[in-house]
Design a protein around this ligand. Structure first.
Ligand code: BGC
Length: 515
């Protein structure tokens, strides 16, 4: 998930391929990607488990806790158990803070450098973790969450920029899905910690919030250890330092051609003054529409409603405390493994096939869940029988598997490969903002939706899955193996709908490319 700075990213990219060695800096770089992804994933996976822990609820959300106690005693319907705006704000505030922080981070990455921005992110993360784990009241708890959100905003802006400027071109593409893989590993790690922490009374929730300190600490140490990128140093006039870092990165003193490229790329990048205005031009309509719609649809699959609240959801389905966290661990593993499927198949079967297949699979899973729960409500209102609960968990797994090999990674990958060079950075910022905005909205709305729509929440998302699958079928062209510079010619111009936006006489703009 790559929010970019104010410059067209690829114009700033520099080939490190001449003597592409696996240097120590490259290894640290990969650790950085891993920890930033892990940190983001941990935050996504963590809050659901914590908000279903009794000790946590009793301390911070006593009215929800009382409702839960009553439910535990008399077995009534549980769909509205966790319907509390404040409880939802606990989860969603992180995303809102992230959106706001992205704008500041876009400034700091340019003017203070990538390294310092990552250090700032690390400190936000650590402060957020400390405040959350030590929270005595709602104020501390929410401030901690907001700090974590700021960390997400700063890290997600700087880390991708950093990576694209130091990684050899040939591994750059893979890093995009690798980041997503680490997000899913972070979610799984959070689920595992929650599973163990739920058994520790009365402070298990502190352990759960505090464990985010591990990726936060690693990210901060990593950021302090690495040098800023040569591009960032040159861009800020620190040419000699830039040269020195470049020598370290390439593992050789012979860096003249790379340095020239950086200087030229920086010059070209500085000429593109208004990438956001350029983005609104008619010929950029297709990628812009995809950046926005793919993110909206990705969130309207309902993935985060299910991931954030899966422990809560399972309790609501009558699975009991332990079984529900256990199931969340299973969901986390399915998410990781299916992302691996995506990495393997995306360049073999193409984006469209994955999205269309997943659309059908997600639709069937969601409809089955709706039907089973509908019958269940008609029959009785108590706990689900063992067999029914198991069936629901299996269906949620097939739903998550299909998300994880389609909309999860492709929602990010497709926008990153369809924008022209001059608008890619602005385009990616739009992608990230729309994503965080809709993640926030779904996080804020889903517990109320569960309360009011009950099992209908699954039907609601299944309706959206139909809409997005039809959208993919008619509007999304295949972009597999199409070089970005040729996307107008080979993709948009040939598409029945998008061709109207591409003028024949438009001379494609060129920028300095990397490899
Ligand atoms: C989405 C996140 C989601 C994650 C789940 C990502 O692609 O953007 O919102 O939590 O996938 O694995």
């Amino acid at each position: 998930m790559w929010p970019r700075g104010g410059y067209p990213m690829e114009a700033l990219e520099v080939s490190m391929d001449s003597e592409a060695k696996i240097t120590p800096i490259l290894i640290i770089t990969c650790v950085l990607v891993a920890t930033a992804g892990l940190m983001f994933g941990y935050d996504v996976g963590n809050s659901g488990g914590v908000t279903s822990m009794d000790d946590f609820l009793e301390k911070f959300f006593p009215s929800v806790f009382r409702r839960k106690l009553m439910y535990d005693n008399d077995n009534g319907s549980a769909y509205c158990l966790f319907n509390s705006q404040t409880l939802q704000v606990f989860t969603s505030s992180l995303y809102l803070a992230g959106i706001i922080a992205t704008f500041f981070a876009s400034y700091t990455t340019r003017h203070l450098g990538r390294k310092l921005t990552m250090v700032v992110a690390g400190f936000f993360f650590i402060s957020g973790v400390v405040l959350g784990a030590a929270a005595q009241n709602l104020g501390m708890l929410f401030t901690g969450r907001i700090f974590l959100g700021c960390g997400v905003g700063f890290a997600n802006q700087a880390v991708p920029l950093f990576l694209s400027e130091v990684a050899p071109t040939k591994i750059r593409g893979g890093l995009n899905i690798l980041f997503q893989l680490n997000v899913t590993v972070g979610i799984l790690f959070a689920n595992l910690v929650n599973y163990g922490a739920a058994k520790i009374h009365p402070w298990g929730w502190r352990l759960s919030l505090g464990s985010a300190g591990i990726p936060a600490f690693l990210l901060t140490i990593g950021a302090l250890l690495v040098d800023d990128t040569p591009t960032s140093l040159v861009e800020r006039g620190r040419i000699e330092e830039g040269k020195a870092v470049l020598k370290k990165l390439c593992g050789t003193d012979n860096i003249e051609s790379e340095l020239k490229e950086i200087m030229e790329a920086t010059r070209v990048a500085q000429q593109v003054k208004r990438p956001f205005r350029e983005l609104l031009q008619r010929h950029n309509r297709p990628p812009l529409v995809f950046a926005i719609f793919l993110q909206i649809f990705q969130q309207l699959t309902g993935i985060n409603a299910i991931l954030f609240y899966s422990p809560v959801l399972f309790i609501s389905l009558g699975l009991g405390n332990d079984a529900s966290l256990y199931s969340a661990v299973i969901l986390g593993s399915v998410n990781v493994l299916s992302t691996l499927v995506s990495i393997y198949s995306v360049d073999r079967v193409g984006r469209r096939l994955l999205l269309l297949e997943a659309g059908v699979q997600m639709f069937i899973s969601l409809v089955m869940i709706t039907v089973v729960l509908h019958w269940h409500v008609i029959d009785n209102s108590g706990d689900l029988s063992h067999g029914t609960a198991l069936f629901v968990v299996v269906m949620i797994c097939t739903y998550i598997a299909s998300f994880a090999w389609s909309w999860g990674p492709l929602g990010w990958l497709i926008p990153s490969e369809t924008f022209q060079l001059e608008t890619r950075s602005a385009g990616q910022s739009v992608t990230v903002c729309v994503n965080l905005l809709f993640t926030f909205s779904i996080a804020q709305a889903s517990l109320s939706m569960l309360c009011h729509l009950q099992y209908g929440i699954f039907a609601f998302f299944s309706g959206w899955v139909v809409v997005m699958t039809v959208f993919v079928y008619f509007f999304l062209p295949e972009t597999e193996n199409v070089p970005i510079e040729e996307i107008s010619e080979k993709v948009w111009k040939k598409h029945w709908f998008w061709k109207q936006f591409i003028d024949d006489d438009r001379i494609p703009k060129t920028s300095v490319t990397s490899a």
